[in-house]
Design a protein around this ligand. Structure first.
Ligand code: 1GP
Length: 246
């Protein structure tokens, strides 16, 4: 079964799905097994791997190991074309539709699409929107694009309607990794009212109760990354899963 169909099934069965984002820079190679086992035993639906920047060596080895230890799908959340690897079960094929930087909307995609096709890799088209979140995030800086102001839900809604009309499979409302403020509930619910495609919400979600509010507002999938990388926080994972699933 295709990963996109699995995502729809998760949404149907559990009300909403939970993704944990692994930043390959954030842990040493010898910790991969322990980390992945913890994720797979905490009710997480899928693992996302990626990041706007890679600062350490050993990416390829880590991807091989995550795949080896994982019992759930591993999906690429790409920061660049060079992160594409055969081991992934699918790739979130992002177009940064909130940007006016053509490289991030279509340029990178033209370079990576033939590679993904030749690999027979499932590419799930995602209308990716950066939402202003209190400070300049890595995604904003690296993509050289202005985020949508967090109090301008109508702008996000207009982008979302355009994304659905253009045939994107999903929408990703992104506050940016480590954001001070997550995407506002009001913006999520206004987008939800206007489109039928699933909505992923991530960035700055630091508590299970916050994740639950995002789901109540209309998020179909929640992503957490940073918060679980802080020492002693891995126990939060099953709490997040419980608060996201019905
Ligand atoms: C970033 O949405 C993800 O792309 C996760 O963000 O690291 O803040 O949880 P955090």
């Amino acid at each position: 079964m295709k990963i996109f169909q699995k995502l729809l099934n998760i949404k149907e069965e559990k009300g909403a799905g939970y993704f944990v984002l692994i930043d390959p820079d954030s842990f040493p190679t010898e910790d991969v097994g322990k980390k992945v086992n913890k994720i797979c035993n905490s009710g997480v639906d899928m693992i996302l791997v990626g990041g706007s920047l890679l600062m350490t060596n050993g990416y390829n080895e880590k991807i091989e190991l995550i795949k080896k230890y994982s019992s759930i799908p591993m999906i690429l959340f790409p920061g660049s074309t060079s992160q594409i690897r055969n081991e992934f079960d699918a790739v979130l094929f992002l177009s940064l539709i909130s940007s006016r930087n053509p490289e991030m909307i279509i340029g990178k995609q033209v370079i990576s699409a033939p590679i993904l096709k030749a690999m027979n890799m499932e590419a799930i088209s995602i209308a990716y929107m950066l939402i202003e979140s209190g400070k300049v995030t890595t995604a904003e800086f690296m993509s050289n694009s202005k985020p949508i102001p967090s109090n301008k839900s109508d702008i996000a809604v207009a982008h979302a309607i355009a994304a659905e009309m253009l045939g994107f499979k999903m929408i990703y409302l992104e506050a940016g990794s480590g954001a001070d403020n997550p995407v506002p509930n009001e913006m999520i619910s206004m987008v939800k009212k206007q489109v039928n495609i699933p909505i992923i919400v991530g960035g700055g979600i630091t508590k299970p109760e916050i994740a639950k509010q995002k789901v109540i507002a209309g998020a179909d999938f929640i992503v957490t990354g940073n918060i679980l990388e802080k020492e002693g926080n891995s126990h939060l994972m099953s709490k997040f899963a419980d608060s996201i699933h019905k």
